[in-house]
Design a protein around this ligand. Structure first.
Ligand SMILES: [Zn+2]
Ligand SMILES: [Zn+2]
Length: 227
């Protein structure tokens, strides 16, 4: 194992981590407040040696999933080169599955936490994959300092010292460095484009339509079960 794979730098305490619990199919996993084990035995939709694909439990679109490293790291920028290759392959597989079933395109984003507190409500690195209609346009705040990178894999070439936002959309990948914390920035941006009310994950879980949430989570399970 490389130093990165043993969790340095950027590793925090995985105790009480929602994503670690989800991958371990723990009775404490958040999904148990929505489904019984018989209804939804595991959140793991797909897995490789070092990553799992999980449903986002407050989806902003049908088919919204997360790719999560099994080890508890804070940002994808701290992955080892071997891990990013596996991530890129898995991302391609998941994108293909989602586009085959849902059409449109798949947008990827990460709120990379390298310092301070999480901007995504969780401090375990995860890449969001959100199926979107081709007509949906995403315009990131033009005041954010930005750099274009060649692919998700290149995220490890950025210095993992400051927090960043990563967006990969329509075959272009950008990293943004907003001056101030931007809580759940992409969830809000995409939800606004889609006309969804509850972009904040806890609002979706607490205030959103419970039946609609259950239907969407069952739908994403079926997409991966029948692939
Ligand atoms: Zn974790
Ligand atoms: Zn997130």
């Amino acid at each position: 194992m490389t130093p990165d794979e043993t969790g340095s730098p950027g590793r925090d305490d995985p105790d009480g981590c929602a994503l670690c619990d989800a991958m371990a199919t723990s009775p404490d996993a958040h999904i148990r407040s929505i489904f019984s084990p018989a209804e939804y035995p595991s959140e793991v939709l797909l897995e490789t040696q070092r990553f799992c694909v999980l449903p986002d439990l407050a989806p902003i679109a049908v088919g919204h999933v997360l790719i999560v490293p099994r080890i508890h790291l804070r940002a994808l920028a701290t992955l080892s080169p071997g891990m990013t290759e596996e991530l890129e392959e898995l991302r391609n597989d998941v994108t293909r599955i989602l586009v085959e079933k849902l059409g449109g395109r798949v947008t990827l984003f990460e709120h990379g936490v390298c310092s301070g507190v999480s901007a995504c409500g969780i401090d375990h690195a995860h890449l969001h994959l959100v199926p979107l209609p081709d007509t949906c346009r995403l315009t990131v705040d033009p005041t954010f300092p930005a750099e274009e990178i060649s692919s998700i894999r290149s995220v490890i070439e950025i210095a993992p010292r400051q927090d960043y936002l990563l967006l990969s959309d329509r075959n272009r990948t950008h990293v943004y460095y907003p001056a101030t914390a931007t809580s759940q920035y992409f969830r809000r941006l995409i939800s606004e484009e889609l006309g969804r009310d509850h972009w904040h994950w806890s609002d979706r879980l607490i205030l959103g339509d419970r039946h609609a949430l259950r239907r969407e989570l069952q739908a994403v399970r079926r997409i991966f079960d029948r692939r």
